[in-house]
Ligand binder design. Structure first.
Ligand code: FDP
Length: 328
């Protein structure tokens, strides 16, 4: 079985980028260990470190953020990082060639129930002409990503990674401590009969999404002419992993539950890296009106509607949205 470095070298990936990816994975191995220790490690909402006042409560997502931040900035090849856990960007080496944006622990509400969680990351080129503390250096569309991936902390710890030459899956070999290639060419089936969506939001969706899902629920007797199954892990990293493994459609669409927050998922460190992984595996990823990877971000923490997965199903969902526009 092949290790990561030779696979990336064969793809012609820059040696600085390879060592950056390996550094991120080293932190993820540490996070994986702590996750697997559960209550025993005292990390699930419990304490890990102390300060002058005594013991400090540190949640696993905070610990994961600190681990990643520290090791990534130490590489010297990173100009700045941006994290779901940090309001502002954190400057690194002014001469660093890369930017890293990450969600240290996606699906963190699953930590309490010993269910799937993961780390999602996206690597962008760093513009040379701007300062390391200028947040606008991150405002690049997803098409600019030089690498995207996630590490899933499940029954086994798995990595999905793309550097633009397809999507591969690796599994952490806990006996030797490294990730080994276990799926060389992830390919999403074009057709699917499985979807993932938080149905409790149904009444808040826009009309095209309401009728698309309604038609899936009508099954064999409805316009789609087949029965659909639903799966919902409630951690994007887990739902997208299932889709990379066997296809399907995942959606967190626009809703009007809270008029100030029409979208749930973050563009820079959730939607963009997942969209790259899905597209590189032959799938599609859209908001309902546009390709996610082409969105020009205007804020490092901006949110976006997400519909991704098997090509034919995403195209069908898009057609419902387009029909609504043309009849309006
Ligand atoms: P979480 O809040 O538990 O971290 O964006 C984060 C996310 O999980 C996604 O991973 C998941 O798909 C979604 O939120 C679930 O949110 P809801 O339970 O509100 O639908």
């Amino acid at each position: 079985m092949r290790r990561i470095s030779p696979v990336l070298q064969q793809d012609g990936v820059d040696s600085d980028l390879i060592s950056l990816i390996k550094t991120i994975l080293a932190a993820c191995r540490e996070i994986s260990f702590r996750v697997s220790q559960g209550e025993l490690a005292g990390v699930l909402g419990s304490t890990l470190s102390e300060n002058v006042q005594g013991e400090t409560q540190k949640k696993l997502d905070v610990i994961a953020n600190e681990l990643l931040k520290e090791v990534i900035l130490e590489t010297g090849v990173v100009k700045a990082i941006s994290s779901e856990e940090e309001d502002d960007i954190v400057a690194g080496n002014p001469k660093g060639r890369y930017l890293v944006t990450f969600d240290p622990l996606d699906g963190s509400s699953n930590t309490d129930i010993n269910s799937l969680i993961g780390t999602i990351f996206s690597i962008l080129p760093a513009p040379a002409d701007k300062d390391a503390d200028d947040a606008s250096i991150f405002l690049q569309p997803g098409t600019a990503q030089v690498a995207a991936g996630y590490v899933l902390y499940g029954p086994s710890t798995m990595l999905a990674l793309s550097t633009g030459k397809g999507t591969r899956l690796y599994t952490l070999d806990k006996t030797y401590g490294g990730f080994l290639l276990t799926e060389d060419k992830v390919t999403l089936p074009k057709y699917t009969s499985e979807f993932a969506i938080n149905m409790s939001n149904q009444r808040f969706w826009q009309a095209p999404m309401q009728s698309y899902i309604q038609d899936l629920l009508l099954g064999k007797e409805g316009p789609r002419g087949k029965n659909y199954n639903m799966r919902w892990i409630a951690a994007m990293v887990g739902d997208v992993h299932r889709i990379l493994c066997r296809g399907g459609l995942f959606a967190y669409p626009t809703d009007n539950k809270d008029p100030n927050k029409p979208y749930k998922l973050r563009l820079m460190y959730e939607a963009n890296p997942m969209s790259m992984l899905v597209e590189q595996a032959g799938g599609l990823s859209i908001t309902g009106t546009e390709r996610i990877l082409e969105i020009q971000p205007d804020d490092i923490h901006q949110r976006v509607a997400v519909i991704l997965g098997s090509r034919h199903e995403v195209e069908t969902c898009l057609a419902y949205h387009q029909k609504a526009v043309s009849t309006n």
